[in-house]
Ligand binder design. Structure first.
Ligand SMILES: *Cc1c(COP(=O)(O)O)cnc(C)c1O
Length: 413
């Protein structure tokens, strides 16, 4: 737990200022004046570090970008209007017609629909493989993909990828590796494990308060030696590699945000910065609570699924690679929709909503909500059954939560 202490010191101090206004400044201006024609030219050339126009970023978002880059040990970050905006930014910046994107594991509904329905309309195809299908992963890489995308923990299937192993394969095949780390900020550090880009829905845990929609892409520095972006696969980007260390940021802004406008607004970035201050405390609390609740539910014979339990197929991977937990989610298999509804309606503390990673405990029946329009085959791939309930644990007492859930479960009989 040493790094929670590290982050508990680092993050509040990064967010606050030592002089003048301590809390971050909200700069809502859409446009910014330049002191001279020369300065305007320098700003547009990327040589002067001053705001250009809010679609390309504003000072409050810029502050959040610096904090997130530091938190992730990245070279920089680009904040976005939402998590989907961040993922769309990555796809638009790096992909073109005819490209394939290798999607490993189960995916958040929006990302799955984006890769399965929307991107194909623009000629970019998603190729789906299970987290353990290393043969299939290698085969797809061999055939050639532009990006590899995975989630640090499957939502809601809770499968855990071996990020280092996938990253090593991506390096072998000179392919960019993107990890959606929305559910595991601080406890998983994808850039340190070999990923090239990390995407976040900051709406969830980083903000934590269900008060600000937002997203972010954090990127690594361009390498001075062997750099996979120099391969022919990324020929379209070679002009922007001249930007040096922060080239990935320039690629994201110039090839996606400038023209598609998924830019963050200053007030959302301000609220997100407030969330960042307490992120280490909240993360530690929630991850400890999830394990405790999963164990209590398991002991009470509730059909609970979580990698901390021995019955989970990735229990060993959890113990080896996820020492601080894998985020706020656990699922409960109620077998039928009718029982799932009765269970959800029976847990008084639970707020029924489509969000996750809130300070309050949230729950939702999967098949009748987020996945209602999905084909049977897609639901099977994603592990969505008729009785599946997803729970996102908040800051409340884990014992009280577990007791309430056990009571609601026992009332089903
Ligand atoms: C919610 C979520 C997203 C999308 O984020 P929004 O901020 O809602 O657009 C992407 N990935 C994961 C894992 C999520 O949970």
């Amino acid at each position: 737990m040493k790094h929670f202490e590290y982050f508990s010191t680092l993050l509040p101090r990064l967010v606050g200022e030592k002089e003048g206004a301590i809390a971050p400044e909200i700069v809502p201006s859409a446009a910014f004046g330049y002191t001279s024609a020369q300065e305007a030219e320098a700003i547009f050339a990327g040589e002067a570090d001053k705001p250009l126009y809010a679609r390309m970023g504003n000072p409050t978002g810029g502050k959040l970008e610096r904090v997130l880059a530091k938190m992730e040990s990245g070279a920089g970050a680009v904040v976005a209007s939402s998590g989907m905006g961040a993922i769309a930014m990555v796809l638009a910046a790096f992909c073109e017609r005819g490209d394939r994107v290798l999607c490993i594991g189960g995916f958040f509904g929006g990302t799955y629909a984006l890769m399965n329905e929307t991107m194909p309309r623009f000629g970019v195809e998603g190729v789906f493989r299970d987290v353990d299908d290393f043969e299939g992963i290698e085969e797809a890489l061999q055939e050639g993909v532009k990006l590899v995308l995975t989630e640090s923990v499957g939502n809601p299937n809770l499968k855990l990828p071996d990020i280092r192993r996938i990253a090593a394969l991506c390096d072998d095949f000179e392919t960019l590796f993107v990890v959606d780390n929305t559910l595991t900020p601080l406890i998983v550090q994808p850039l340190k494990q070999g990923a090239d880009l990390v995407v976040y829905s900051t709406t969830k845990i980083i903000s934590g308060h269900s008060a600000a929609l937002g997203g972010a892409v954090v990127f690594r520095a361009l390498k001075e030696g062997k750099e996979k972006l120099q391969s022919n696969r990324y020929a379209a980007l070679h002009g922007l590699l001249e930007k040096g260390r922060g080239a990935l940021g320039a690629i994201l802004k110039k090839r996606a945000m400038r023209d598609l406008g998924m830019s963050a607004n200053a007030f959302a970035s301000f609220l997100t910065l407030l969330g960042v201050e307490t992120l280490p405390l909240r993360t530690k609390r929630v991850n400890e609570s999830v394990e405790k609740i999963a164990a209590m539910l398991h002991d009470a014979k509730v059909k609970v699924r979580h990698p901390s339990l021995e019955a989970h197929e990735h229990h060993l991977r959890y113990e080896a690679l996820y020492p601080d937990g894998c985020g706020p989610l656990l699922t409960i298999e109620c077998d039928t929709k009718e029982r799932a509804f009765r269970f959800l309606n029976g847990v008084k503390l639970l707020i029924q909503t489509a969000n996750v990673g809130d300070n309050r405990t949230l729950g939702l029946h999967m098949a009748s909500t987020i996945y209602r329009d999905f084909e049977e085959i897609d639901k099977k791939i994603l592990g969505i059954t008729d009785g599946l309930v997803r729970i996102s644990i908040g800051l409340e007492s884990p014992v009280v939560l577990a007791e309430e859930m056990i009571e609601a479960w026992q009332a089903l009989r």
